[in-house]
Ligand binder design. Structure first.
Ligand code: KG4
Ligand code: ZN
Length: 345
């Protein structure tokens, strides 16, 4: 069956086509990022995000269809992100998908955005096998989950305040880097000297699998004040050292807690998903330390780390295969807040 996937939960419009026949294959995917548009405002403006999803979704669908060589009337079901995310942005994707499904006479598959992230490494050439532990690190979430099968997710730990991506973005803002700050901060950190700026490792030894990142941002503010004694701002080198100190702190906590989660679950595989999973230092340290413990670490392809339609089409396809039923197209509701552990097949 040909599954059309639509993602519109935040600031990326994603459209993809996934064929469930045989071993399953992603046929095409098209993406538009609104980063440049929101950059002017220093963060995502929800109303602008919704309007842009409306403008982009049809051209992206045409692009994906052209690339796949398939036609719209071959689509057997439409998977779309039902939540969590921005209500207005979700409504665009949901309304578009449901209306298109009515016109094609096919059912729909409302998908949990984080389930999409979590399953996205299954799109790669060397996929993990169930069960595994997943570290979900995005702009809005930092969670460790035990993934037993599609639709069987147990929350092992999560952030008590800011998400890791949010901490990257807020700290980047403090250092005068643009939006989104995560990738820019990571780049700056590579120029910084290790060990020069020591920042706390929040909850590293808390004995559980929870995180807390809001204090790190406050620690960065304090360090900036200490270094900027003349009040003239920091020079490039000082900013790079702070970025390095911040990244080292956050990476150490993410690595230690993730590996502890795998060990305590008595599993041998760790999946890392979500935007922060693109961070090079996180990958380097995870690979190194997991290797020593004979734990395999699996990442989505870089292009599927951040939001995209492919992971939504895949999640829809895998849910169907796991026995979930699609729903008749037409009536719908979005779920801006939606705990992943509530999900079943
Ligand atoms: O998963 P995602 O695209 O969107 C959400 O669902 O939230 O994640 C976006 C987050 C942002 O906070 C962004 O700054 C962060 O991922 N991010 C990074 C990197 N690339 C993206 N953080 C650290 N290092 C990176 N290389
Ligand atoms: Zn996401």
């Amino acid at each position: 069956m040909l599954i059309l996937g639509i993602e519109s939960s935040c600031d990326e419009t994603g459209v993809a086509l996934y064929d469930t026949d045989g071993r399953g294959a992603l046929l095409a995917h098209a993406l538009h990022s609104q980063v440049a548009m929101h950059g002017e405002y220093g963060g995502v403006v929800p109303e602008l995000a919704s309007r842009d999803h409306i403008r982009r979704v049809v051209p992206l669908l045409r692009e994906a269809l052209d690339d796949s060589g398939r036609s719209l009337d071959e689509v057997g079901a439409i998977a779309y992100t039902q939540g969590p995310g921005l209500a207005g942005a979700l409504l665009v994707g949901a309304a578009f998908s449901e209306a298109l499904a009515v016109s094609l006479g096919v059912p729909t598959l409302p998908v949990h955005h984080l389930e999409g992230h979590l399953l996205s490494p299954l799109l790669s050439a060397n996929p993990p096998r169930f069960p595994f532990v997943a570290l979900l690190v995005s702009g809005g979430h930092t969670q460790l989950m035990r993934v037993t099968a599609v639709g069987e997710y147990e929350l092992l730990g999560e952030t008590l305040d800011d998400a890791a991506g949010e901490a990257f973005d807020k700290t980047a803002k403090l250092l005068g880097l643009g939006y989104p700050g995560g990738p820019a901060l990571a780049e700056l950190a590579e120029l910084g000297r290790p060990g020069l700026v020591k920042l706390p490792r929040p909850m590293l030894n808390s004995g559980d699998l929870d995180f807390s990142f809001s204090g790190l941002k406050t620690a960065v503010v304090t360090r900036v004040r200490e270094l900027d004694t003349e009040g003239v701002g920091l020079d490039g080198r000082q900013r790079a050292d702070i970025a390095r100190g911040f990244q080292d702190a956050i990476v150490e906590v993410l690595v230690k807690k993730s590996l502890r989660a795998v060990r305590e679950s008595r599993l041998k595989q760790l999946v890392v998903a979500g935007g922060v999973g693109a961070n090079r230092e996180l990958r380097r340290q995870l690979d190194e330390q997991a290797g020593k413990m004979k734990i395999g670490v699996f990442y989505p392809e870089l292009e599927f780390c951040t939001d995209n339609g492919a992971m939504i089409a895949l999640a829809g396809a895998l849910r169907l295969q796991a026995g979930a039923t699609s729903k008749p197209a037409g009536a719908f509701a979005v779920r801006p807040r939606w705990p992943l552990a509530e999900l079943t097949v």
